[in-house]
Design a protein around this ligand. Structure first.
Ligand code: ATP
Ligand code: MG
Ligand code: MG
Length: 595
């Protein structure tokens, strides 16, 4: 069910559908290529939404929010969802990012294939519209809506004014159409230096909205573009390009984050002018804003994420601690969990913070129902069963307690086992029900050691332990009750308060296990201008050698498991092999770990 908070967008769409706001649109979209907005058949898609990433970095959890929102609305209202690379800024964009974004989108299940036209792919590049954008700019000049300004960048800034002061008209503002056209064509032909002049809209230098004080439309920039190569030395500004991209693709609801609210009047101004000129046909797309996702204990600015990578605070963009999609995936996040997270947190008009634990809860919820169970010991301590002799005993357990179809795991019980170090306490604190040794009480009476059940195995009673010279406990001793085996009639005669997990030294598999904690020690790492690097958690990653039950020897990269009593783990997509197993902690089990 959609989160109630996203209702404001649903209300808008439902109103538009009811009123037939977009019923008159024509559509002649071409698979993967440029789009002609105004000709062709009635648009089969009731609405169109888009996700317009700039290919200048990897997608992160904030982008997931926007993807799920746009994709979900198109899906729910018989619409089409477009993936559009907003690639108008050649210096910062690279094919590597395009490829990674495509892969992440596919993985997430945000499909851009139209349900209406078989195989029609709604994957677009803003750079494919450069010709149209250029023609539209010439039209604006001819209609007296744009001029070439030769002021320096500093002059332009100074003449823009501020919230209290109106701007000052540029001395170039009143040049003739013919002069403007000639200059603009010279800009395009490469006859002027980078930064020497820009094309600006001619709107109102006294507007209370600073975005309407003659915003720049085109700049000169000699840069090779990943799609258009060296065909252009002038590039459109984002604020000019974006509305045109939306209109050419027949987008109906152009959903963006709140920072763009002040841009909306220009968005509308531009599209209205181009419609007047016959370059676009009404109805035009509309922009709607929602609050961006802010998640505690992470940063999502691409610049800051890049800094974490470049300065080696993490092991690359796909480090499992990164909030990038490639990082989340390696951490064990599933598309289902991420979509659940987006639905649950909704989309609202008011900025707020979502606690990181909300994200973790959705992963736990998703994996609970489907991850196979296994026993693993991540901080191992040896347990010696002193009265056990002979061959190991075969034990078994269901792969999933509610899903018999997932089968049965098999493992051994033997004289030497591994248990978690924290499942033994020399001097137990109050309420501790796991292993502790016998002691002599004040009256001189010996109190026996504690009994626990080794899950799916036997009940054992602690009889003692060994320490090394430094005082570290090196092994724990216990005796077992041969008639207490789980699943046998005798098991019921033993009432114990503690159940612990274990593996047998005879068949356990050694693995590298990476345990993760919050990446920052503060919920708002970059709040109040603080240097976010000063609050990096030095203990966010801990690598241990763990012992795993033998069923995990068959794990494939990306397979996810619940290590009983510990949490969910994933076989690392990059480093895991049968010879050298590597598991990443995805998320802990909220309630039982450490209790
Ligand atoms: P960053 O601020 O990380 O550099 P961006 O907004 O510049 O991100 P784009 O590639 O331009 O990155 O973003 C594509 C889309 O994702 C935009 O529509 C943007 O509004 C949306 N988006 C980015 N970050 C968030 C966020 N935290 N919450 C919701 N939507 C977001
Ligand atoms: Mg952007
Ligand atoms: Mg940004």
């Amino acid at each position: 069910a959609p989160a109630p908070a996203s209702n404001f967008l649903r209300n808008i769409i439902e109103r538009d559908l009811e009123q037939g706001t977009y019923a008159q649109r024509r559509w002649a979209g071409q698979p993967g290529g440029a789009v002609v907005q105004t000709k062709g058949e009635p648009d089969p898609a009731k609405i169109r939404t888009r996700f317009p990433p700039e290919p200048n970095g990897y997608l992160h959890i904030g982008h997931v929010k926007s993807i799920c929102l746009n994709h979900g609305l198109a899906r729910d209202y018989n619409g089409a969802f477009h993936l559009r690379f907003d690639d108008t800024n050649p210096e910062k964009e690279e094919q590597e990012y395009v490829d990674s974004i495509v892969e992440s989108m596919r993985w997430l299940g945000a499909d851009w294939t139209s349900p209406f036209a078989q195989g029609e792919q709604h994957l677009y590049y803003a750079s494919n519209y450069f010709d149209f954008m250029y023609a539209a700019a010439e039209y604006l000049i001819e209609a007296g809506h744009a001029y070439v300004d030769e002021q320096s960048a500093e002059e332009m800034r100074a003449n823009r004014g501020d919230f209290t002061t109106p701007g000052t008209n540029s001395p170039w503002r009143s040049r003739t159409v013919a002069e403007n056209l000639q200059r603009f064509r010279e800009m395009r032909a490469g006859q002027h230096a980078d930064g020497s002049m820009v094309l600006r809209a001619k709107i109102d230098m006294a507007s209370p909205n600073i975005n309407l004080r003659d915003p720049a439309l085109y700049r000169i920039k000699r840069a090779t573009h990943h799609n258009t190569g060296d065909a252009w030395c002038i590039y459109p500004m984002y604020t000019y390009a974006h509305p045109i991209e939306d209109a050419l693709e027949n987008i109906t609801h152009s959903i963006c984050t709140l920072e763009f609210e002040d841009q909306r009047p220009f968005y509308d101004w531009l599209l209205e002018r181009l419609a007047e000129g016959g370059l676009l046909t009404k109805p035009l797309p509309h922009q709607y804003e929602f609050a961006r996702l802010n998640l505690t204990y992470i940063v999502t600015s691409k610049r800051k994420l890049k800094q974490l990578v470049d300065e080696k605070h993490v092991d690359g963009w796909d480090d499992p601690r990164m909030p990038t999609l490639v990082g989340l995936r390696r951490r064990g996040y599933t598309p289902e969990a991420l979509r659940l997270f987006c639905d649950r947190t909704g989309a609202s008009k008011a900025n707020s913070w979502i606690d990181y634990s909300v994200l973790e809860a959705t992963l736990r919820e998703d994996l609970e129902g489907r991850a196979a169970r296994a026993m693993a010991v991540v901080k191992p301590l040896k347990l010696v069963i002193t009265n056990f002799e002979g061959e190991p005993v075969a034990c078994s357990a269901p792969a999933h307690p509610q899903k018999p179809e997932l089968g049965t795991r098999h493992f051994q019980f033997s004289r030497e086992l591994w248990i978690e170090a924290e499942d033994f306490m020399e001097a137990p604190e109050k309420g501790y029900h796991r292993l502790y040794p016998p002691r002599v009480d004040e009256a001189g009476v010996t109190v026996p050691g504690n009994k626990v059940r080794l899950k799916y195995g036997f009940v054992v009673e602690c009889t003692g332990f060994k320490k090394d010279e430094a005082g570290h406990i090196t092994e724990v001793h216990a005796t077992y009750f041969p008639d207490s085996k789980s699943g046998t009639p005798g098991a019921d005669n033993y009432k114990v308060k503690g159940v612990i997990t274990w593996v047998s030294a005879t068949d356990a598999v050694a693995a590298e296990v990476r345990l993760y904690d919050r990446f920052f020690t503060e919920p708002h790492p970059d709040a109040g201008g603080r240097d976010f690097l000063s609050v990096v958690n030095p203990k966010s990653k801990q690598v241990v050698t763990a012992w795993l039950e033998p069923s995990l020897a068959n794990a494939k990269p990306d397979d996810k498991f619940q290590f009983e009593r510990i949490g969910y783990f994933v076989a690392d997509r990059k480093d895991h092999t049968a010879e050298k197993p590597v598991f990443n902690m995805a998320v802990g089990l909220k309630d039982s770990w450490g209790k």
